[in-house]
Ligand binder design. Structure first.
Ligand code: SRM
Ligand code: SF4
Length: 527
C-alpha cells in the first residue's frame, strides 16, 4: 500500500518499524503486554506501536500511560463519561483527564496491566481509542452545536460518524489507513462561524452554496462544502489550508475523504518526517495535479468551488446558556479551565447531563464542554448547581478563552510547564486589569503547536532562553491570529522572552492592543 518507488534506504526510522510490523497488529498483543508489564516490553511496541490503539507511553511518568479516545464531533453520552471517570478514579492522585484541542479527551495514569479490562469497559459503552495517535487520522472535529443551533447550515454529526466508521472500520481498526506518511487532521464546519478552525486541518469542508446548473429540478442554490487542503502546524513550518477549488455535496464527503487519504497514503513523502504532511505533497505536485489524482481515485470530476463560502460570522465560544432550535430546550456551555478534569468532576458532569439534559455531553476545540437539551423548566435549578462555581458559564474575559496544551507535566517534548502556569497568569492579570472584550490566549509547550498559538490573539510558545548567563524557561509570542470569518494565522512578534518577565509584558500588550485598563486607573477615573 505504501509507495513502491520509495527505496528502503530512503525510509526514515518510523517507516522502517512500520514496515516491520503494522501498528494495528498491536491489538492482538494487549493481553500479553498486560501480563508482561511495561518494563519488559519491546521498546518500539511500547513507545510507538501502542499509539495505534491510543495508548501513549509517557517518559515523564514511566509506567503511567496516557489514553487518547476518539470523540466524533466531540460528542459522548453520560454513561461513556461515567466509564471514563471510573477508569481515572482507580489511579487516585495520578488519574485525571484532559479535554483536547481536537474536541476529544485523554486519560492519565493508566497502568498497562489494566488495559484489557479498560478496553472491555470501553467496548461495552461504544468508546474507541483506535488509531488516535502516530500516523493515523486524528479525531474528526465538527460543529459543537450541531443539531442544536437554529442558525446552522448543516448538522455535521452523522457525516462525521460516517467518516470515522469508514476510516476506522467502526472503531475496530482499519489496516487500509493505518500506515499514512504522517498524522492527518479532518474537520467539517456546519455553521457560519468556523468553530472547528477549518484552516488548520489537512482536509476541511466549509459550507458553501452552489448555483443550480439548470439540470436540477429546483433552481435554488444547492448546499454543499468548499474543500480546503494542506493546513498544518509543525515545528519547522505552519501553513493555513488552501482551496482545492472543489465543491462537494454532503453525500460525497465520505468518498472524498477516502480519495484524498488514498492519494496521501500512496504518494505522500516518507523520507523526512519533518516534510511528510499533506502540504508537502501538494507543494511537490501543485494543487491541480493533486486535485486530478483525487478525482481519479474518486472516479469522477469534482465541481469547481462555489464562488464564496458561508463563513461570515465571528467565532462563538458557546459559553453561557443559549436557546436551541427545539422549542423549550437550551444548551449550556461550561468553561473547564485548561480542559483539566478529575474523576469527581467527570461523574458530576455525567450526572448533570442526565438530570437536566438528555444525557449528552459535548466538547469544544477550546477544551470546554456543552450540555445540551436542558428544558426551560429545569434551567433555573441547573444554574444553582455547585459545579458551575468552578466550571463557570460566565468566566472572566481572559479565563473564558484560555487554551493550553499538555506541557511539561506529562509531555516529554515540552520546553516549559503550560497548564498550571497559564492558570496562574490569567488569575494575576485578571486581578490587575479590567477588560471589555475576551482576549484569546493560547499556550503551547513547544513548537509542535498542539495548543495552536497561531490562531490566538496572543499565542505563547514554550522555548528555552538565556538571561544573565542562565538558561531559563521562556516563550516566543505570537499575535494576530484571527478565527471565524476571514481566519488567518498569527505570526511571531517576540522571541525568547523569559517566563519570569512575561506578566508585565502581557499586561502591557493587553492595555495597548486589547483595550484593557488597570483597575487602579479605572477607579481613579470613575472616582
Ligand atoms: Fe499534538 C504530538 C498532545 C493537538 C501537533 N501532541 C503530540 C504528542 C502526542 C507528543 C507526545 O507523544 O508526547 C502530545 C501528547 C502529550 C500528552 O501527554 O498529552 C500531543 N496534541 C496534543 C493535545 C492533547 C494537546 C492538548 O492539550 O489539547 C491535542 C490532542 C488532539 C487529539 O485529541 O487528537 C493535540 N497537536 C495538536 C494540534 C492541534 C490541532 O489538531 O488542531 C496540532 C497542530 C495541528 C497539526 O497537527 O497540524 C498538533 N502534536 C503535533 C505535532 C506536530 C505535527 C507535525 O506535523 O510535525 C506533534 C509531534 C509529531 O507528530 O511528531 C504532536
Ligand atoms: Fe507536548 Fe509540545 Fe504538543 Fe505541548 S505542543 S502537548 S509540549 S508536543
Amino acid at each position: 500500500m505504501t509507495d513502491t518507488t520509495t527505496t528502503t534506504t530512503s525510509l526514515n526510522k518510523f517507516e522502517k518499524f512500520k514496515a516491520q510490523k503494522d501498528g494495528l497488529a498491536i491489538r492482538e498483543d494487549i493481553e500479553k503486554f498486560a501480563a508482561l508489564g511495561w518494563e519488559a516490553m519491546d521498546e518500539t511496541d511500547r513507545d510507538h506501536r501502542l499509539k495505534w490503539v491510543g495508548v501513549f507511553f509517557r517518559p515523564v511518568t514511566p509506567g503511567k500511560f496516557m489514553m487518547r479516545l476518539r470523540m466524533p464531533n466531540g460528542i459522548l453520552t453520560s454513561s461513556q463519561m461515567s466509564v471514563l471517570a471510573q477508569v481515572v478514579q482507580r489511579y487516585g492522585d495520578d488519574g485525571c483527564a484532559d479535554i483536547t484541542t481536537r474536541q476529544n479527551i485523554q486519560l492519565r495514569g493508566i497502568r498497562i496491566e489494566d488495559l484489557p479490562d479498560i478496553f472491555n469497559r470501553f467496548h461495552a459503552v461504544g468508546l474507541t481509542t483506535i488509531q488516535s495517535g502516530m500516523d493515523n487520522i486524528r479525531n474528526i472535529t465538527g460543529d459543537p452545536v450541531a443539531g442544536l443551533d437554529a442558525d446552522e447550515l448543516y448538522d455535521t454529526r452523522e457525516l462525521i460518524q460516517q467518516i470515522q466508521d469508514m476510516l476506522t472500520n467502526k472503531g475496530e481498526g482499519n489496516p487500509e489507513f493505518s500506515n499514512l506518511p504522517r498524522k492527518f487532521n479532518i474537520a467539517i464546519a456546519g455553521g457560519r462561524d468556523n468553530s472547528v478552525h477549518a484552516e488548520i486541518n489537512d482536509l476541511a469542508f466549509v459550507p458553501a452554496f452552489k448555483e443550480a446548473t439548470g439540470q436540477e429540478l429546483s433552481q435554488s442554490p444547492i448546499f454543499g462544502f468548499n474543500i480546503l487542503v494542506g493546513g498544518f502546524f509543525s515545528a519547522k513550518r505552519c501553513e493555513a489550508a488552501i482551496p482545492l477549488n472543489a465543491w462537494v455535496a454532503p453525500e460525497d464527503v465520505v468518498a472524498v475523504c477516502r480519495a484524498v487519504l488514498e492519494v496521501f497514503r500512496d504518494n505522500g513523502p516518507r523520507a523526512n518526517r519533518q516534510k511528510s504532511r499533506l502540504m508537502w505533497l501538494i507543494d511537490e505536485w501543485g494543487v491541480e495535479k493533486f486535485r486530478a489524482e483525487v478525482e481519479s481515485r474518486l472516479g469522477k470530476s469534482l465541481l469547481p468551488a462555489a464562488a464564496k463560502d458561508e463563513i461570515d460570522w465571528e467565532k462563538r465560544d458557546h459559553l453561557g446558556v443559549y436557546k436551541q432550535k427545539q422549542t423549550g430546550l437550551n444548551y449550556a456551555g461550561l468553561n473547564i479551565p485548561v480542559g483539566r478534569l478529575y474523576a469527581e468532576d467527570m461523574f458530576e458532569i455525567a450526572r448533570m447531563a442526565e438530570v437536566y439534559g438528555s444525557g449528552e455531553i459535548r466538547f469544544t476545540v477550546e477544551q470546554n464542554i456543552v450540555i445540551p437539551n436542558i428544558s426551560d423548566s429545569r434551567l433555573a435549578t441547573f444554574l444553582t448547581e455547585p459545579l458551575l462555581e468552578r466550571f463557570s458559564i460566565d468566566p472572566g474575559l481572559l479565563a473564558r478563552s484560555l487554551v493550553s496544551c499538555t506541557g511539561a507535566q506529562f509531555c516529554n517534548f515540552a520546553l516549559i510547564e503550560t497548564k498550571n502556569r497559564a492558570l496562574e497568569m490569567i488569575k494575576a492579570l485578571e486581578a490587575d486589569l479590567i477588560f471589555t472584550n475576551p482576549v484569546r490566549i493560547h499556550w503551547t509547550g513547544c513548537p509542535n503547536s498542539c495548543g495552536q498559538p497561531q490562531v490566538a490573539d496572543i499565542g505563547l510558545m514554550g522555548t528555552k532562553t538565556r538571561k544573565n548567563g542562565k538558561t531559563l524557561e521562556g516563550v516566543d509570542i505570537y499575535m494576530g491570529g484571527k478565527v471565524g470569518k476571514d481566519a488567518h494565522l498569527g505570526t511571531c512578534v517576540i522571541k525568547g522572552l523569559p517566563c519570569e518577565d512575561l506578566q508585565p509584558l502581557l499586561q502591557d500588550l493587553l492595555i495597548k492592543n486589547f483595550g484593557a485598563k488597570l483597575k487602579q486607573e479605572a477607579l481613579v477615573i470613575s472616582g
